[in-house]
Design a protein around this ligand. Structure first.
Ligand code: FES
Ligand code: FES
Length: 152
């Protein structure tokens, strides 16, 4: 079936199978591999995208469900050669090790800072509770979100 989505502000079409996830369509059909596939079960948050203003796991949304909707992926965060403040803060705070969780975390953190410019630690904890990192122990990730909040 054919789906038409607005992805990162651009109207895109894709031929998808009825049972195919939005994550698969983004990565394999639309040339947007930034959203990562780590569990495909809604457990890790590495595939986080914004669907009509809501943070979702792209692996749990069918591409067909996103037909006619707006999707924002990690690829939209940087502005040309300039990293998004959350991305820059992750670099500066040393919050990236293997990097597999990072796209999902920066999408979730950017979404948090859009809603709460100066989030409390509890708000950060809750906002990132769906994003698993196997490397960092989370302290640097929290530092990065606080740093991004300070800078914006
Ligand atoms: S790949 Fe979607 S939540 Fe893990
Ligand atoms: S940096 Fe490796 S999983 Fe988070």
């Amino acid at each position: 079936m054919k789906v038409t989505l607005t992805i990162n502000g651009e109207r895109r079409e894709a031929d998808v199978w009825e049972g195919e996830s939005l994550l698969f369509a983004l990565r394999e059909r639309l040339g947007l591999p930034g959203s990562k596939n780590a569990c495909e079960q809604g457990e890790c948050g590495s595939c986080s995208v914004i669907l009509d203003g809501q943070l979702v796991c792209a692996c749990l949304v069918l591409a067909a469900q996103a037909d006619g909707h707006e999707v924002t992926t990690v690829e939209a965060l940087a502005n040309g050669g300039d990293l998004h403040p959350v991305q820059q803060a992750f670099v500066d705070a040393g919050a990236v090790q293997c990097g597999f969780c990072t796209p999902g975390l920066v999408v979730a953190a950017a979404d948090l800072l859009r809603r709460h410019a100066n989030p409390s630690d509890d708000q950060i904890r809750e906002a990132l509770s769906g994003n698993l990192c196997r490397c960092t122990g989370y302290a640097k990730i929290f530092d990065a979100v606080r740093l991004a909040a300070e800078r914006t």
